[in-house]
Design a protein around this ligand. Structure first.
Ligand SMILES: [Zn+2]
Length: 321
């Protein structure tokens, strides 16, 4: 049973908005585009795993959680792409969506990627998964949970990629799988764990513990890229052609570029504001962001959205939830 389904990471949503609102000439633009491509590929890989795991026949007591981020020490979290929790063991998944040829180098513990003749070095996913395994084991100990075997599996989700490894790197063979072989790999791992380590109550307790301590990555995206608020393009974006800003005209948003009109385009702009700047907004900040002069117009737009608000009159702010 999937108890924590996969959902789009906030960081990816932030990157999408930033990509849309960062001026073409901004020097950070390339770094933002690269980061977006990387996180987006990772999410596509997780979706491929989600689609397969949700169809896998599992014991009634088994639980699956996606995208679990747990605190271990002060200011340190570890992130598990997916976790399969059973009475006999825990299996953690590390998803890699890498195109081209990946070579797992056991001597230097790195992944050498070859794409169109260009080689680049990446962290070894087998070692990454092993570190996560150790972190989870420490985390369970810290929460006084009975010890149970933890296994890890790196899942390569790109169906056209080629995976190779050093001949003496045994873990690269034993602890990795291509997505099309996922079911067989899980079956193999299942067969190595014969003894029941925990009972159904423990499974429920651990599931609850995971859900309670999960803390999604929700960074201050401007700080993350050392950007200031002034460097972000403001205004409502056109839902049809993407051009920013749309103009408020006769109670509607109009695009000068493609002539599209919209009554609700400001809602997406508020969502962008939430992802980039703050989860709450006052009338003045909303006017500045939407490029609307009328206090009353913005007041109406905000109250029509039925947002929770606090404060009175000029100090009123709205929660963009
Ligand atoms: Zn347009």
């Amino acid at each position: 049973m999937i108890v924590k389904p996969l959902s789009k990471p906030v960081f990816l949503e932030q990157l999408e908005v930033l990509k849309k609102r960062i001026p073409t000439a901004q020097p950070k633009r390339e770094e933002i585009i690269d980061t977006h491509a990387r996180i987006s590929a990772g999410y596509a890989g997780e979706k491929a795993l989600y689609s397969l795991l949700s169809k896998l026949p599992l014991d009634v007591d088994s639980r699956i959680l996606f995208d679990l981020r747990l605190p271990l020490y002060e200011n340190f979290h570890f992130q598990l792409d997916a976790v399969l929790l059973t009475k006999r063991y825990v299996l953690i998944f590390e998803v890699k969506n890498i195109s081209g040829t990946s070579f797992l180098d056991g001597i230097h513990r790195q992944l050498i990627r070859d794409k169109e003749g260009i080689q680049s070095g990446l962290p070894d996913p087998v070692s990454q998964a092993e570190r996560h395994r150790i972190h989870l084991s420490e985390w369970l100990l810290h929460h006084h949970f009975p010890s149970l075997p933890i296994d890890s599996l790196v899942v390569f989700t790109n169906r056209t990629s080629v995976i190779k490894s050093s001949p003496d790197y045994a873990d690269a063979r034993l602890k990795t799988t291509r997505i099309e072989n996922l079911a067989a790999s899980i079956k193999q791992i299942h067969a190595t764990h014969h003894n029941k380590a925990i009972n159904s109550d423990d499974i429920n307790r651990l599931t609850q513990l995971f859900l309670t301590h999960h803390s999604p990555y929700d960074p201050n995206i401007l700080e993350r890229f050392s950007l200031t608020k002034e460097e972000i393009q403001i205004g409502v974006s056109c839902p049809s052609c993407g051009v920013i800003p749309m103009i408020r005209l006769y109670g509607k948003w109009s695009c000068k570029h493609c002539n599209e009109t919209s009554k609700v385009a400001h809602q997406a702009a508020f969502n962008d504001y939430k992802l980039l700047f703050s989860k709450k907004i006052c009338n003045k900040d909303a006017r500045d962001f939407l490029l609307v002069q009328s206090r009353n117009t913005v007041k109406r737009l905000l109250s029509d959205m039925n947002l929770r608000s606090a404060g009175a009159k000029k100090n009123r702010y709205y929660f963009l939830e």
